[in-house]
Design a protein around this ligand. Structure first.
Ligand code: NAG
Length: 124
């Protein structure tokens, strides 16, 4: 029952998340990330999409690493917050726009969780 509710919440937040419009200042180490030319990414160029979520645990820092390797050359990486929570940071570690791979990390402040949508746009 609890697992079902958690799944439903996760599904809902994925849906809510994917409709959020990208208007992020391009920066790394910010709570959201926009890397490359994300002014008008084409939906058909979406090569990877992933929802990353961690619940808050008191006094604990939550982390998640996202890595993607593909054949397409990336021109835009968008990591958007699902809930506007600003107590986490997204950092581009390697790759991104101009590469065929990306390696990034999300980490929260102590006692906070996060919910992000990661979208990667690329072309052959
Ligand atoms: C970014 O992409 C848009 C849409 O494809 C294009 O019109 C624009 O010229 C690009 N900007 C840069 C700086 O490459």
């Amino acid at each position: 029952m609890l697992a079902g509710a958690a799944l439903l919440i996760s599904l809902l937040s994925t849906i809510l998340c994917s409709v959020s419009v990208a208007a992020i200042s391009s920066d790394d180490g910010s709570y959201e990330l926009s890397n490359g030319n994300c002014t008008a990414p084409e939906p058909r160029d979406l090569v990877h999409m992933e929802h990353v979520q961690k619940v808050a645990i008191p006094f604990v820092t939550r982390e998640e690493r996202v890595t993607w390797y593909g054949d397409e050359k990336i021109y835009c990486v968008l990591v958007t917050s699902c809930n506007g929570e600003t107590h986490s940071k997204v950092k581009l570690l390697r790759g991104g726009a101009g590469h065929t791979f990306v390696d990034l990390e999300v980490h929260s402040s102590r006692g906070y969780g996060f919910a992000y949508n990661v979208r990667i746009f690329g072309k052959e």
